[in-house]
Design a protein around this ligand. Structure first.
Ligand code: NAD
Ligand code: UDX
Length: 470
Protein backbone atom coordinates (compact mmCIF):
# COMPACT_ATOMS: atom_id res chain seq x y z
CA UNK A 1 0.00 0.00 0.00
CA UNK A 2 1.26 3.48 -0.93
CA UNK A 3 1.41 6.03 1.86
CA UNK A 4 0.33 9.48 0.74
CA UNK A 5 1.55 12.50 2.67
CA UNK A 6 -1.56 14.47 1.73
CA UNK A 7 -4.94 13.91 0.14
CA UNK A 8 -6.48 16.45 -2.20
CA UNK A 9 -10.11 16.54 -3.25
CA UNK A 10 -11.18 18.77 -6.13
CA UNK A 11 -14.89 19.53 -6.35
CA UNK A 12 -15.66 19.99 -10.06
CA UNK A 13 -14.04 17.98 -12.84
CA UNK A 14 -14.43 20.47 -15.68
CA UNK A 15 -12.04 22.37 -17.93
CA UNK A 16 -10.13 23.61 -14.89
CA UNK A 17 -10.52 20.84 -12.30
CA UNK A 18 -9.59 17.99 -14.67
CA UNK A 19 -6.36 19.38 -16.17
CA UNK A 20 -5.22 21.16 -12.97
CA UNK A 21 -5.52 18.06 -10.82
CA UNK A 22 -3.88 15.92 -13.50
CA UNK A 23 -0.82 18.16 -13.42
CA UNK A 24 -0.70 18.15 -9.60
CA UNK A 25 -0.89 14.32 -9.66
CA UNK A 26 1.91 14.20 -12.22
CA UNK A 27 4.33 16.31 -10.20
CA UNK A 28 3.35 15.17 -6.70
CA UNK A 29 3.53 11.38 -6.58
CA UNK A 30 3.26 11.49 -2.78
CA UNK A 31 -0.16 13.18 -2.92
CA UNK A 32 -3.42 11.38 -3.67
CA UNK A 33 -5.59 13.51 -5.92
CA UNK A 34 -9.33 12.90 -6.16
CA UNK A 35 -11.56 14.74 -8.59
CA UNK A 36 -15.25 14.57 -7.72
CA UNK A 37 -18.21 15.79 -9.71
CA UNK A 38 -22.00 15.56 -9.50
CA UNK A 39 -22.13 14.96 -13.23
CA UNK A 40 -22.02 11.16 -13.58
CA UNK A 41 -21.51 11.24 -17.36
CA UNK A 42 -18.50 13.50 -16.99
CA UNK A 43 -16.91 11.20 -14.42
CA UNK A 44 -17.65 8.21 -16.63
CA UNK A 45 -15.83 9.94 -19.50
CA UNK A 46 -12.88 10.81 -17.25
CA UNK A 47 -12.66 7.11 -16.44
CA UNK A 48 -13.18 5.87 -19.99
CA UNK A 49 -10.62 3.36 -21.24
CA UNK A 50 -10.35 5.01 -24.61
CA UNK A 51 -8.37 8.16 -23.84
CA UNK A 52 -9.88 9.82 -26.91
CA UNK A 53 -13.21 9.85 -25.08
CA UNK A 54 -12.15 12.10 -22.20
CA UNK A 55 -14.71 14.87 -21.64
CA UNK A 56 -12.17 17.55 -22.44
CA UNK A 57 -9.78 17.82 -25.32
CA UNK A 58 -6.50 19.46 -24.35
CA UNK A 59 -3.17 18.76 -26.01
CA UNK A 60 -1.04 16.67 -23.62
CA UNK A 61 -3.91 15.81 -21.26
CA UNK A 62 -4.61 12.25 -22.32
CA UNK A 63 -0.96 11.31 -21.90
CA UNK A 64 -1.02 12.44 -18.25
CA UNK A 65 -4.36 10.76 -17.57
CA UNK A 66 -3.07 7.55 -19.17
CA UNK A 67 -0.08 7.49 -16.83
CA UNK A 68 -1.46 8.70 -13.48
CA UNK A 69 -5.16 7.74 -13.46
CA UNK A 70 -5.65 4.85 -11.09
CA UNK A 71 -2.23 5.54 -9.54
CA UNK A 72 -2.51 8.78 -7.55
CA UNK A 73 -5.25 10.40 -9.67
CA UNK A 74 -8.87 9.30 -9.33
CA UNK A 75 -12.21 10.50 -10.69
CA UNK A 76 -15.45 9.67 -8.88
CA UNK A 77 -18.88 10.86 -7.78
CA UNK A 78 -18.22 9.91 -4.16
CA UNK A 79 -18.20 13.41 -2.72
CA UNK A 80 -18.87 12.35 0.85
CA UNK A 81 -15.92 9.97 1.09
CA UNK A 82 -13.41 12.04 -0.83
CA UNK A 83 -14.26 15.25 1.04
CA UNK A 84 -14.04 13.49 4.40
CA UNK A 85 -10.62 12.04 3.57
CA UNK A 86 -9.13 15.26 2.20
CA UNK A 87 -6.60 17.56 3.84
CA UNK A 88 -7.00 20.06 1.02
CA UNK A 89 -10.14 20.76 -0.99
CA UNK A 90 -10.21 22.79 -4.19
CA UNK A 91 -13.52 24.31 -5.25
CA UNK A 92 -13.41 24.29 -9.03
CA UNK A 93 -17.06 24.47 -9.94
CA UNK A 94 -18.76 26.56 -12.61
CA UNK A 95 -19.54 30.22 -11.84
CA UNK A 96 -21.71 31.45 -14.73
CA UNK A 97 -23.57 34.73 -14.98
CA UNK A 98 -26.88 34.78 -13.11
CA UNK A 99 -29.86 34.26 -15.40
CA UNK A 100 -32.56 35.53 -13.05
CA UNK A 101 -33.11 37.37 -9.82
CA UNK A 102 -31.00 40.15 -8.35
CA UNK A 103 -28.08 41.02 -10.63
CA UNK A 104 -29.41 38.85 -13.48
CA UNK A 105 -27.28 39.20 -16.61
CA UNK A 106 -24.28 40.53 -14.69
CA UNK A 107 -23.63 39.06 -11.27
CA UNK A 108 -22.05 35.64 -10.83
CA UNK A 109 -24.40 32.80 -9.94
CA UNK A 110 -22.79 31.40 -6.82
CA UNK A 111 -25.21 28.53 -6.32
CA UNK A 112 -22.63 25.84 -7.20
CA UNK A 113 -20.02 27.43 -4.92
CA UNK A 114 -22.58 27.72 -2.13
CA UNK A 115 -23.52 24.06 -2.55
CA UNK A 116 -19.86 22.99 -2.57
CA UNK A 117 -19.21 24.88 0.67
CA UNK A 118 -22.20 23.20 2.32
CA UNK A 119 -20.99 19.77 1.16
CA UNK A 120 -17.55 20.51 2.59
CA UNK A 121 -19.05 21.70 5.88
CA UNK A 122 -21.11 18.55 6.10
CA UNK A 123 -18.48 15.96 5.29
CA UNK A 124 -15.06 17.42 6.13
CA UNK A 125 -13.05 15.76 8.82
CA UNK A 126 -10.34 17.44 10.90
CA UNK A 127 -8.51 20.58 9.83
CA UNK A 128 -9.20 21.20 6.15
CA UNK A 129 -7.76 23.77 3.77
CA UNK A 130 -10.42 25.00 1.38
CA UNK A 131 -9.13 26.60 -1.78
CA UNK A 132 -11.07 28.79 -4.19
CA UNK A 133 -9.94 27.66 -7.64
CA UNK A 134 -13.04 28.96 -9.40
CA UNK A 135 -13.01 32.60 -10.50
CA UNK A 136 -15.09 34.43 -7.90
CA UNK A 137 -16.35 37.90 -7.09
CA UNK A 138 -14.13 39.74 -4.66
CA UNK A 139 -14.96 38.87 -1.03
CA UNK A 140 -16.58 35.51 -1.80
CA UNK A 141 -14.19 33.92 0.70
CA UNK A 142 -16.19 35.70 3.40
CA UNK A 143 -19.36 33.90 2.31
CA UNK A 144 -17.60 30.54 2.05
CA UNK A 145 -16.14 31.02 5.54
CA UNK A 146 -19.54 31.73 7.03
CA UNK A 147 -21.12 28.69 5.35
CA UNK A 148 -18.26 26.45 6.47
CA UNK A 149 -18.42 27.64 10.04
CA UNK A 150 -22.17 27.74 10.51
CA UNK A 151 -23.56 24.86 8.41
CA UNK A 152 -24.61 21.60 10.03
CA UNK A 153 -21.95 18.86 10.15
CA UNK A 154 -22.17 15.08 10.17
CA UNK A 155 -18.86 14.39 11.87
CA UNK A 156 -18.51 14.26 15.61
CA UNK A 157 -14.89 15.35 15.66
CA UNK A 158 -13.70 18.90 15.56
CA UNK A 159 -13.45 20.39 12.11
CA UNK A 160 -11.72 23.64 11.33
CA UNK A 161 -11.04 25.41 8.07
CA UNK A 162 -8.51 27.69 6.42
CA UNK A 163 -9.58 29.43 3.25
CA UNK A 164 -7.23 30.32 0.44
CA UNK A 165 -7.75 31.91 -2.95
CA UNK A 166 -5.72 30.29 -5.71
CA UNK A 167 -7.27 31.41 -9.01
CA UNK A 168 -6.41 29.57 -12.18
CA UNK A 169 -4.93 31.43 -15.15
CA UNK A 170 -4.78 28.56 -17.67
CA UNK A 171 -6.15 29.16 -21.14
CA UNK A 172 -7.96 26.38 -22.94
CA UNK A 173 -6.07 24.72 -25.76
CA UNK A 174 -2.79 25.35 -23.92
CA UNK A 175 -3.96 24.28 -20.46
CA UNK A 176 -1.26 21.68 -19.80
CA UNK A 177 1.52 23.96 -21.01
CA UNK A 178 0.13 26.83 -18.91
CA UNK A 179 -0.18 24.64 -15.83
CA UNK A 180 3.28 23.15 -16.19
CA UNK A 181 4.93 26.48 -16.86
CA UNK A 182 2.70 29.22 -15.44
CA UNK A 183 3.56 32.93 -15.62
CA UNK A 184 2.68 33.04 -11.94
CA UNK A 185 0.83 31.12 -9.28
CA UNK A 186 -1.28 33.38 -7.10
CA UNK A 187 -2.14 32.44 -3.53
CA UNK A 188 -4.21 34.71 -1.33
CA UNK A 189 -4.98 34.10 2.31
CA UNK A 190 -4.35 34.80 5.96
CA UNK A 191 -3.28 31.44 7.37
CA UNK A 192 0.50 31.30 6.89
CA UNK A 193 0.69 27.53 7.41
CA UNK A 194 -1.95 26.88 4.79
CA UNK A 195 -0.19 29.21 2.34
CA UNK A 196 3.09 27.41 2.99
CA UNK A 197 1.53 24.02 2.40
CA UNK A 198 0.04 25.06 -0.93
CA UNK A 199 3.26 26.81 -1.93
CA UNK A 200 5.19 23.60 -1.22
CA UNK A 201 2.90 21.68 -3.53
CA UNK A 202 3.47 24.10 -6.42
CA UNK A 203 7.19 24.19 -5.74
CA UNK A 204 7.36 20.59 -6.94
CA UNK A 205 7.42 22.01 -10.46
CA UNK A 206 7.06 25.81 -10.36
CA UNK A 207 9.95 28.19 -9.72
CA UNK A 208 9.62 29.79 -6.26
CA UNK A 209 9.95 33.27 -7.76
CA UNK A 210 6.76 32.77 -9.71
CA UNK A 211 4.67 32.03 -6.63
CA UNK A 212 3.03 35.21 -5.46
CA UNK A 213 1.25 35.43 -2.13
CA UNK A 214 -1.23 38.19 -1.27
CA UNK A 215 -4.25 38.91 0.86
CA UNK A 216 -7.49 37.14 -0.08
CA UNK A 217 -9.29 40.08 -1.67
CA UNK A 218 -6.39 41.08 -3.93
CA UNK A 219 -6.07 37.51 -5.12
CA UNK A 220 -9.78 37.18 -5.93
CA UNK A 221 -9.86 40.55 -7.68
CA UNK A 222 -6.62 40.04 -9.63
CA UNK A 223 -8.09 37.09 -11.49
CA UNK A 224 -11.09 39.13 -12.67
CA UNK A 225 -8.85 42.00 -13.68
CA UNK A 226 -6.41 39.82 -15.62
CA UNK A 227 -9.30 38.51 -17.71
CA UNK A 228 -10.78 41.96 -18.14
CA UNK A 229 -7.44 43.35 -19.39
CA UNK A 230 -6.99 40.50 -21.85
CA UNK A 231 -10.52 40.88 -23.21
CA UNK A 232 -10.09 44.64 -23.44
CA UNK A 233 -7.04 44.13 -25.64
CA UNK A 234 -9.04 42.01 -28.05
CA UNK A 235 -11.89 44.49 -28.26
CA UNK A 236 -9.32 47.22 -28.86
CA UNK A 237 -7.68 45.43 -31.78
CA UNK A 238 -11.02 44.27 -33.17
CA UNK A 239 -12.33 47.83 -33.17
CA UNK A 240 -9.22 48.83 -35.13
CA UNK A 241 -9.82 46.04 -37.67
CA UNK A 242 -12.82 47.93 -38.98
CA UNK A 243 -10.82 51.16 -39.24
CA UNK A 244 -8.18 49.29 -41.26
CA UNK A 245 -10.82 47.94 -43.62
CA UNK A 246 -12.15 51.46 -44.22
CA UNK A 247 -8.80 53.20 -44.63
CA UNK A 248 -6.74 50.65 -46.54
CA UNK A 249 -4.35 50.10 -43.65
CA UNK A 250 -3.46 46.46 -43.03
CA UNK A 251 -4.19 45.15 -39.52
CA UNK A 252 -1.19 42.80 -39.71
CA UNK A 253 1.19 45.69 -40.25
CA UNK A 254 -0.54 47.81 -37.62
CA UNK A 255 -0.38 45.10 -34.92
CA UNK A 256 3.25 44.42 -35.74
CA UNK A 257 4.20 48.08 -35.49
CA UNK A 258 2.19 48.65 -32.32
CA UNK A 259 3.23 45.38 -30.67
CA UNK A 260 6.93 46.09 -31.12
CA UNK A 261 6.61 48.76 -28.46
CA UNK A 262 7.78 46.87 -25.38
CA UNK A 263 5.28 48.72 -23.23
CA UNK A 264 2.46 47.30 -25.33
CA UNK A 265 3.91 43.89 -26.29
CA UNK A 266 3.02 41.73 -29.26
CA UNK A 267 0.91 39.05 -27.56
CA UNK A 268 -2.86 38.83 -27.60
CA UNK A 269 -3.27 41.22 -30.49
CA UNK A 270 -4.74 38.75 -32.99
CA UNK A 271 -7.75 40.13 -34.75
CA UNK A 272 -10.79 37.84 -34.58
CA UNK A 273 -14.57 37.55 -34.92
CA UNK A 274 -14.70 38.40 -31.22
CA UNK A 275 -13.57 36.77 -28.02
CA UNK A 276 -15.45 33.72 -26.79
CA UNK A 277 -14.95 31.19 -24.02
CA UNK A 278 -16.62 30.75 -20.69
CA UNK A 279 -14.57 33.37 -18.88
CA UNK A 280 -14.10 36.76 -20.51
CA UNK A 281 -17.71 37.84 -20.89
CA UNK A 282 -18.91 36.61 -17.53
CA UNK A 283 -15.91 38.05 -15.70
CA UNK A 284 -16.32 41.48 -17.30
CA UNK A 285 -20.05 41.40 -16.58
CA UNK A 286 -19.15 40.67 -13.00
CA UNK A 287 -16.73 43.59 -12.95
CA UNK A 288 -19.51 45.80 -14.29
CA UNK A 289 -21.80 44.53 -11.56
CA UNK A 290 -19.21 45.15 -8.85
CA UNK A 291 -18.51 48.67 -10.19
CA UNK A 292 -22.21 49.52 -10.18
CA UNK A 293 -22.59 48.02 -6.74
CA UNK A 294 -19.99 50.46 -5.42
CA UNK A 295 -21.57 53.37 -7.35
CA UNK A 296 -18.71 53.58 -9.88
CA UNK A 297 -20.90 54.24 -12.92
CA UNK A 298 -18.15 55.57 -15.21
CA UNK A 299 -15.97 52.58 -14.44
CA UNK A 300 -18.80 50.20 -15.27
CA UNK A 301 -19.49 52.08 -18.55
CA UNK A 302 -15.83 51.69 -19.56
CA UNK A 303 -16.01 47.89 -19.20
CA UNK A 304 -19.47 47.68 -20.79
CA UNK A 305 -17.92 48.99 -23.98
CA UNK A 306 -15.52 46.01 -24.16
CA UNK A 307 -18.51 43.69 -24.41
CA UNK A 308 -20.41 45.97 -26.78
CA UNK A 309 -17.52 46.00 -29.25
CA UNK A 310 -17.30 42.22 -29.00
CA UNK A 311 -21.00 41.81 -29.86
CA UNK A 312 -20.67 44.39 -32.61
CA UNK A 313 -17.74 42.55 -34.19
CA UNK A 314 -19.72 39.30 -34.39
CA UNK A 315 -22.77 40.99 -35.89
CA UNK A 316 -20.81 43.03 -38.38
CA UNK A 317 -19.24 39.87 -39.81
CA UNK A 318 -22.55 38.16 -40.48
CA UNK A 319 -23.99 41.38 -41.96
CA UNK A 320 -20.98 41.68 -44.21
CA UNK A 321 -21.44 38.13 -45.52
CA UNK A 322 -25.03 38.95 -46.45
CA UNK A 323 -24.00 42.20 -48.12
CA UNK A 324 -21.24 40.64 -50.20
CA UNK A 325 -23.54 37.84 -51.38
CA UNK A 326 -25.76 40.36 -53.17
CA UNK A 327 -27.87 41.18 -50.13
CA UNK A 328 -29.41 37.73 -49.79
CA UNK A 329 -28.15 34.44 -48.48
CA UNK A 330 -31.50 32.73 -48.50
CA UNK A 331 -30.92 29.11 -49.61
CA UNK A 332 -27.25 29.82 -50.26
CA UNK A 333 -24.75 27.39 -48.92
CA UNK A 334 -22.24 28.81 -46.46
CA UNK A 335 -19.47 26.65 -45.06
CA UNK A 336 -18.54 27.54 -41.49
CA UNK A 337 -15.01 26.45 -40.71
CA UNK A 338 -14.57 26.26 -36.97
CA UNK A 339 -17.16 26.35 -34.21
CA UNK A 340 -14.91 26.17 -31.12
CA UNK A 341 -14.23 29.55 -29.48
CA UNK A 342 -10.53 29.05 -30.25
CA UNK A 343 -8.29 26.35 -31.70
CA UNK A 344 -7.21 23.21 -29.85
CA UNK A 345 -10.30 22.88 -27.69
CA UNK A 346 -13.69 21.18 -28.03
CA UNK A 347 -15.25 24.02 -26.03
CA UNK A 348 -17.79 26.23 -27.77
CA UNK A 349 -19.00 28.24 -24.78
CA UNK A 350 -19.68 31.86 -25.88
CA UNK A 351 -18.03 31.08 -29.21
CA UNK A 352 -18.52 33.94 -31.70
CA UNK A 353 -19.58 31.19 -34.14
CA UNK A 354 -22.85 30.83 -32.22
CA UNK A 355 -24.13 34.37 -32.79
CA UNK A 356 -22.75 34.52 -36.32
CA UNK A 357 -24.44 31.22 -37.28
CA UNK A 358 -27.70 32.30 -35.66
CA UNK A 359 -27.63 35.52 -37.68
CA UNK A 360 -26.96 33.62 -40.91
CA UNK A 361 -29.77 31.17 -40.16
CA UNK A 362 -32.11 34.06 -39.57
CA UNK A 363 -31.23 35.30 -43.03
CA UNK A 364 -32.26 31.92 -44.42
CA UNK A 365 -28.84 30.44 -45.18
CA UNK A 366 -28.10 26.77 -45.48
CA UNK A 367 -25.01 26.47 -43.32
CA UNK A 368 -22.62 23.59 -43.30
CA UNK A 369 -20.54 23.44 -40.13
CA UNK A 370 -17.19 21.73 -39.77
CA UNK A 371 -15.06 21.76 -36.62
CA UNK A 372 -12.36 19.19 -35.88
CA UNK A 373 -13.39 18.81 -32.21
CA UNK A 374 -16.85 20.24 -31.42
CA UNK A 375 -19.50 17.55 -31.82
CA UNK A 376 -22.90 17.77 -33.47
CA UNK A 377 -24.89 17.60 -30.21
CA UNK A 378 -23.04 20.55 -28.78
CA UNK A 379 -23.66 22.60 -31.92
CA UNK A 380 -27.37 21.73 -31.84
CA UNK A 381 -27.50 22.86 -28.22
CA UNK A 382 -25.68 26.10 -28.98
CA UNK A 383 -27.82 26.95 -32.00
CA UNK A 384 -30.94 25.94 -30.08
CA UNK A 385 -32.18 23.87 -33.00
CA UNK A 386 -31.48 20.35 -34.31
CA UNK A 387 -29.57 19.94 -37.54
CA UNK A 388 -31.34 19.95 -40.86
CA UNK A 389 -34.49 21.43 -39.41
CA UNK A 390 -35.94 24.44 -41.02
CA UNK A 391 -36.05 27.44 -38.80
CA UNK A 392 -39.30 29.27 -39.11
CA UNK A 393 -38.48 32.91 -39.68
CA UNK A 394 -41.40 34.75 -41.08
CA UNK A 395 -40.89 34.09 -44.79
CA UNK A 396 -37.38 32.71 -44.71
CA UNK A 397 -36.07 29.31 -43.75
CA UNK A 398 -32.52 28.63 -42.67
CA UNK A 399 -30.97 25.28 -41.86
CA UNK A 400 -27.68 23.80 -40.72
CA UNK A 401 -25.85 20.55 -41.22
CA UNK A 402 -22.82 19.01 -39.61
CA UNK A 403 -19.89 17.99 -41.78
CA UNK A 404 -17.25 15.45 -40.95
CA UNK A 405 -14.62 17.06 -43.11
CA UNK A 406 -13.53 20.31 -44.59
CA UNK A 407 -13.99 18.93 -48.13
CA UNK A 408 -17.54 17.87 -47.35
CA UNK A 409 -18.43 21.22 -45.77
CA UNK A 410 -17.17 23.30 -48.67
CA UNK A 411 -18.71 21.24 -51.50
CA UNK A 412 -21.03 23.45 -53.54
CA UNK A 413 -20.53 26.38 -51.15
CA UNK A 414 -21.29 29.94 -52.17
CA UNK A 415 -19.08 31.15 -49.36
CA UNK A 416 -16.60 29.89 -46.81
CA UNK A 417 -16.36 31.65 -43.46
CA UNK A 418 -13.36 30.86 -41.26
CA UNK A 419 -14.19 31.43 -37.59
CA UNK A 420 -11.65 29.36 -35.63
CA UNK A 421 -7.90 29.36 -36.19
CA UNK A 422 -7.46 25.58 -36.51
CA UNK A 423 -4.15 24.54 -38.07
CA UNK A 424 -6.04 22.63 -40.76
CA UNK A 425 -7.54 25.86 -42.09
CA UNK A 426 -4.14 27.48 -42.42
CA UNK A 427 -3.16 24.74 -44.84
CA UNK A 428 -6.22 24.69 -47.10
CA UNK A 429 -5.40 23.87 -50.71
CA UNK A 430 -7.49 26.54 -52.41
CA UNK A 431 -6.93 25.12 -55.86
CA UNK A 432 -8.67 21.91 -54.81
CA UNK A 433 -11.38 23.55 -52.72
CA UNK A 434 -12.28 26.12 -55.41
CA UNK A 435 -13.09 23.31 -57.88
CA UNK A 436 -16.07 22.27 -55.79
CA UNK A 437 -17.47 25.69 -54.89
CA UNK A 438 -20.37 27.38 -56.65
CA UNK A 439 -19.16 30.45 -58.53
CA UNK A 440 -19.25 33.38 -57.99
CA UNK A 441 -18.08 32.52 -54.51
CA UNK A 442 -16.43 34.08 -51.48
CA UNK A 443 -13.88 33.38 -48.80
CA UNK A 444 -14.36 35.35 -45.58
CA UNK A 445 -11.35 34.91 -43.34
CA UNK A 446 -12.33 36.25 -39.92
CA UNK A 447 -9.10 34.98 -38.29
CA UNK A 448 -6.61 36.13 -40.91
CA UNK A 449 -4.96 32.75 -41.09
CA UNK A 450 -5.40 31.21 -44.48
CA UNK A 451 -3.55 31.69 -47.75
CA UNK A 452 -5.97 34.25 -49.09
CA UNK A 453 -3.76 35.14 -52.07
CA UNK A 454 -3.99 31.55 -53.28
CA UNK A 455 -7.78 31.61 -52.86
CA UNK A 456 -7.90 34.82 -54.88
CA UNK A 457 -5.63 33.33 -57.56
CA UNK A 458 -8.14 30.51 -57.93
CA UNK A 459 -10.99 32.85 -58.72
CA UNK A 460 -12.57 33.13 -55.27
CA UNK A 461 -13.58 36.59 -54.05
CA UNK A 462 -11.77 37.25 -50.80
CA UNK A 463 -12.51 39.37 -47.73
CA UNK A 464 -10.12 39.32 -44.80
CA UNK A 465 -10.74 40.83 -41.40
CA UNK A 466 -8.73 43.99 -40.89
CA UNK A 467 -7.84 44.07 -44.59
CA UNK A 468 -11.19 44.12 -46.33
CA UNK A 469 -11.66 42.89 -49.88
CA UNK A 470 -8.34 41.89 -51.40
P1 NAD B 1 -16.96 23.51 -16.01
O1 NAD B 1 -18.39 23.83 -16.15
O2 NAD B 1 -16.22 22.88 -17.15
O3 NAD B 1 -16.78 22.50 -14.76
C1 NAD B 1 -17.37 22.69 -13.53
C2 NAD B 1 -17.76 21.31 -12.98
O4 NAD B 1 -18.21 21.44 -11.64
C3 NAD B 1 -18.92 20.65 -13.73
O5 NAD B 1 -18.50 19.39 -14.24
C4 NAD B 1 -20.03 20.50 -12.69
O6 NAD B 1 -20.80 19.34 -12.83
C5 NAD B 1 -19.22 20.48 -11.40
N1 NAD B 1 -19.99 20.86 -10.22
C6 NAD B 1 -20.80 21.93 -10.05
N2 NAD B 1 -21.28 21.96 -8.79
C7 NAD B 1 -20.79 20.86 -8.16
C8 NAD B 1 -20.92 20.35 -6.85
N3 NAD B 1 -21.66 20.97 -5.94
N4 NAD B 1 -20.28 19.20 -6.52
C9 NAD B 1 -19.52 18.56 -7.45
N5 NAD B 1 -19.34 19.01 -8.71
C10 NAD B 1 -19.96 20.14 -9.06
O7 NAD B 1 -16.23 24.83 -15.54
P2 NAD B 1 -14.70 25.23 -15.77
O8 NAD B 1 -14.51 25.77 -17.14
O9 NAD B 1 -13.85 24.13 -15.29
O10 NAD B 1 -14.59 26.48 -14.79
C11 NAD B 1 -14.57 26.31 -13.39
C12 NAD B 1 -14.18 27.62 -12.74
O11 NAD B 1 -12.85 27.98 -13.14
C13 NAD B 1 -15.03 28.82 -13.13
O12 NAD B 1 -15.13 29.67 -12.03
C14 NAD B 1 -14.25 29.49 -14.22
O13 NAD B 1 -14.52 30.87 -14.30
C15 NAD B 1 -12.83 29.28 -13.76
N6 NAD B 1 -11.83 29.25 -14.82
C16 NAD B 1 -12.10 28.64 -16.01
C17 NAD B 1 -11.11 28.60 -16.99
C18 NAD B 1 -11.37 27.96 -18.31
O14 NAD B 1 -10.53 28.13 -19.21
N7 NAD B 1 -12.43 27.23 -18.51
C19 NAD B 1 -9.85 29.15 -16.73
C20 NAD B 1 -9.61 29.73 -15.49
C21 NAD B 1 -10.61 29.78 -14.54
C1 UDX C 1 -8.85 33.04 -20.82
C2 UDX C 1 -7.55 33.61 -20.24
O1 UDX C 1 -6.58 33.73 -21.28
C3 UDX C 1 -7.02 32.70 -19.14
O2 UDX C 1 -5.87 33.28 -18.54
C4 UDX C 1 -8.11 32.52 -18.10
O3 UDX C 1 -7.66 31.64 -17.09
C5 UDX C 1 -9.38 31.98 -18.72
O4 UDX C 1 -9.80 32.85 -19.79
P1 UDX C 1 -9.45 31.15 -22.57
O5 UDX C 1 -10.78 31.80 -22.59
O6 UDX C 1 -9.36 29.70 -22.37
O7 UDX C 1 -8.53 31.81 -21.43
O8 UDX C 1 -8.67 31.46 -23.95
P2 UDX C 1 -7.92 32.74 -24.52
O9 UDX C 1 -6.72 32.27 -25.21
O10 UDX C 1 -7.74 33.80 -23.55
O11 UDX C 1 -8.93 33.23 -25.65
C6 UDX C 1 -10.19 33.79 -25.32
C7 UDX C 1 -10.86 34.29 -26.59
O12 UDX C 1 -10.12 35.42 -27.10
C8 UDX C 1 -10.89 33.26 -27.72
O13 UDX C 1 -12.12 33.35 -28.37
C9 UDX C 1 -9.77 33.69 -28.62
O14 UDX C 1 -9.94 33.31 -29.97
C10 UDX C 1 -9.82 35.20 -28.47
N1 UDX C 1 -8.55 35.85 -28.79
C11 UDX C 1 -7.45 35.56 -28.05
C12 UDX C 1 -8.49 36.77 -29.82
O15 UDX C 1 -9.50 37.06 -30.46
N2 UDX C 1 -7.29 37.37 -30.09
C13 UDX C 1 -6.16 37.11 -29.39
O16 UDX C 1 -5.13 37.71 -29.69
C14 UDX C 1 -6.24 36.18 -28.33
Amino acid sequence: MVFYSKKICCIGGGYVGGPTMSVIAKYCPNIEVNVVDINKDRIKSWNSEDLNNLPIYEPGLKEIIGKYRGVNLHFSCDLELKISEADIIFISVNTPTKKKGIGAGQAIDLKWVDKSARQIAKYANGHTIVIEKSTLPVRTAETIKEILEKSPRTKENITSFSILSNPEFLAEGTAIKDLENPDRVLIGGEDKNAIKLLTNIYENWVDKKKILTTDLWSSELSKLIANAFLAQRISSINSISSICEKTGANIKNVTKAVGMDKRIGNKFLNVSPGFGGSCFKKDILNLIYISNHYGLKDVSKFWEQVIKINDWQQNRISHLVVKKLFGTISSKKIAILGFAFKANTNDSRESPAIQICKNLLEEGANIQIYDPKVNINQIAKDLECPQDQNIENQDQNGSWNYSNSLIDATKGADAILILTEWEEFKLINWKEISKNMRFPCWLFDARLITNSAEAKANGINVWCIGQGEI
